[in-house]
Design a protein around this ligand. Sequence first.
Ligand code: DX5
Ligand code: ZN
Length: 209
Amino acid sequence: MTDDHRVLVSASILNADFSRLDRVVHKMERAGADRLHLDVMDGHFVDNITFGPDVVAAFRRLTDMPLDVHLMISQPARYVERFLEAGPETVTFHVEAEATPERTMSAIEAIHAAGREAGLAVSPDTPVDAVDPWLSELDIIMIMSVYPGWGGQGFIAEAAPKIAQARARLASAGRGGLVHVDGGVNSKTAEIVGSYGIDVCIVGSALFQ
Ligand code: DX5
Ligand code: ZN
């Protein structure tokens, strides 16, 4: 890694005050966040339920910041078009979420057909090589450093070495893809993920405390 490697911050609004999304967005802009990370949960792939494409579209109307949609839903291929219509810059879904490799590919193709960037997220118990069949198509590998579902959980240190594995894979793919890390990132754990070469830190509760 070179000295000029700048780590970006994508602010997760999961633990924000949903009654005033305009305030949340402006607070994150003022705090210097580079991007906004929007956690979509369906009560099926994960136990929690958050929001759907209409709320993503509301964020789109509120800000020009790049929007990263993180789909923690089953059947992402079925729903991805609706999220693309809401206007995010990137859509990442879980490598564990689709029924077949073909459906995973069709979701990635839909994201690219809309001119947006596509990512695969890897839960803590999933090895990074699970993304290998789609590596040449990936703009993002998202390493989950908590079990998906809730903000404010503790950082799972065992996930950190997967950042370097993902970085090496994206470098070999030559597409310029970025590694995101999601869950439990704060001023302390940021040093750990930085040492493994992280590109984008997703930060939720640490920003809202
Ligand atoms: C967890 C979400 C994360 C989370 C990040 O399922 O995907 O984006 O909200 O929040 P903190 O930083 O509180 O772990
Ligand atoms: Zn997330």
